[in-house]
Structure formats: structure tokens, C-alpha cells
Design a protein around this ligand. Structure first.
Ligand SMILES: C[S@@+](CC[C@H](N)C(=O)[O-])C[C@H]1O[C@@H](n2cnc3c(N)ncnc32)[C@H](O)[C@@H]1O
Length: 213
């Protein structure tokens, strides 16, 4: 793996962001053992910080997995705010439903089943924050579809823009060549979009954050 931050720096940062909630710890262990990709803790913390500043009424997440980040977003959402989250994998949906029930945040989470590319065109809500964390090859299409649903001054967040360090590397392992190509192409697209003012945070796997003009 190419290196974004060296492990000494990462370990130093981690001591200040200890996850202690037993349900979240259980979810993280579950995801690790089943090899289900979830957001890194430091990236969750950054998103939670944006939520606390922005106080969004409505959030959209594209790619729920087991609801690891969904639940942590719901926890810091203001009363009466809602997160819509879309997941296409039936297996992940079953796990996500059970964790959402156990979290007690069912009233703040609307889990939508299906492919986001088919669901977004039927959404009538506008959002104050959108978080894109789905298949890399679909990023450009999902971005184009969902950016129209973001309110002015809304925040658009995308994970994996530094993709294990490979987009910036000269050498990329064979199994990561296609995904790296998708991320490089998306990065050019995202950071040249005239709809957003954007920054790439070297946090976790690289978080792109744009504010809607
Ligand atoms: C990286 S995981 C999401 C992790 C989650 N956001 C978190 O932070 O814990 C990506 C998830 O997106 C789902 N996914 C990928 N493409 C999708 C699409 N077009 N529509 C809905 N779900 C999608 C996958 O099934 C997978 O569960």
C-alpha cells in the first residue's frame, strides 16, 4: 500500500479520537472480520464536525454498508433532522437494519433499498449535506445526479479520493489499476466542478469536501 500519513503519525492522532461506544466498536469489529469496507474513525470524526457546524435538516448518504457512519451521523444530527441512506446490497441491508434498530436512532434514519442511480431521480427532497461512499466507477454519475439535490451552501463529501495513496503514486499494483484510474478521473472532475468550492483533506482514505456555490 502507498502511504498517505505514516503509521506513527496516524497512531498519534488516534489517541485523541478513541471510539468508546460499545455498539460502534462491535460494528467496526464485524466489518473488519467480514471485510466490509467502512469509513475510518478519523474521517467519521471530521464528518461529525461538519454536521455539528452545519446543523443540517436533511442528509443523504450514498452507500450505507452496515450503517456504521449513518448511526454516528444520526447521533450528532439536531432533533427532527433526518438522514436518508441508500444501499443496494441485500446482505448489508439486513445487517444495517438490525444495527439501526439497536442504535435507537430509527426516528432519524431512513434506510432506502436499491441502486442509488435509480433512486436519486425519484427523490424529491433537498439536502444540506451529501456523503458519497459507493462504487468508485459510479462516482461521477452519482455525483452528477445528487449534486442537483444539494442546497446552496450545502456540503458535499466524498470518501476514498486518495485511495490508499495510489492516485498520487507512480506505481500502482495490478489489482488497483482500474479503481485508481476511476478515482484519478473523478478527482479531476470533482475539483474542476463549477458547482462547488472544494478541498481534499488528507484524512483516512482522503475526504473531498465541497461547498455548493
Ligand atoms: C464503502 S461502503 C460504505 C461504507 C459506509 N458509508 C460507512 O461509512 O460505513 C460502500 C457501500 O456502498 C454500496 N453501494 C455501492 N454502489 C452503490 C450504489 N450504486 N447504490 C447503492 N449502494 C451502493 C455497497 O454495497 C457498499 O455497501
Amino acid at each position: 500500500m502507498a502511504i498517505i500519513l505514516d503509521t506513527t503519525q496516524i497512531d498519534y492522532i488516534k489517541q485523541f479520537n478513541k471510539v468508546e461506544d460499545p455498539l460502534i466498536l462491535e460494528m467496526r469489529n464485524y466489518a473488519i472480520h467480514r471485510k466490509i469496507p467502512i469509513l475510518e474513525d478519523i474521517s467519521v470524526e471530521l464528518i461529525k464536525t461538519f454536521i455539528k457546524i452545519k446543523k443540517p435538516s436533511r442528509v443523504l448518504e450514498l452507500g450505507t454498508a452496515i450503517a456504521f457512519t449513518t448511526i454516528q451521523i444520526a447521533e450528532v444530527l439536531p432533533e427532527n433532522s433526518l438522514i436518508d441512506t441508500i444501499e443496494k446490497s441485500k446482505d448489508n441491508l439486513t445487517i444495517a437494519k438490525s444495527y439501526i434498530e439497536r442504535s435507537g436512532f430509527q426516528n432519524k434514519i431512513n434506510l432506502i433499498e436499491g441502486d442509488a442511480s435509480e433512486i436519486i431521480p425519484n427523490l424529491s427532497n433537498k439536502y444540506d449535506l451529501i456523503f458519497l461512499d459507493a462504487d468508485k466507477e459510479a462516482y461521477e454519475q452519482l455525483f452528477d445526479q445528487s449534486i442537483e439535490l444539494l442546497n446552496d451552501d450545502g456540503i458535499y463529501i466524498v470518501d476514498n479520493l486518495l485511495w490508499k495513496g495510489f492516485p498520487a503514486s507512480q506505481t500502482v499494483p495490478k489489482e488497483y489499476e482500474i479503481s485508481t484510474k476511476h478515482i484519478r478521473k473523478f478527482n479531476s472532475y470533482f475539483f474542476s466542478s463549477d458547482k462547488l468550492v472544494s478541498t481534499l483533506f488528507p484524512v483516512g482514505d482522503g475526504l473531498g469536501v465541497g461547498i455548493k456555490k
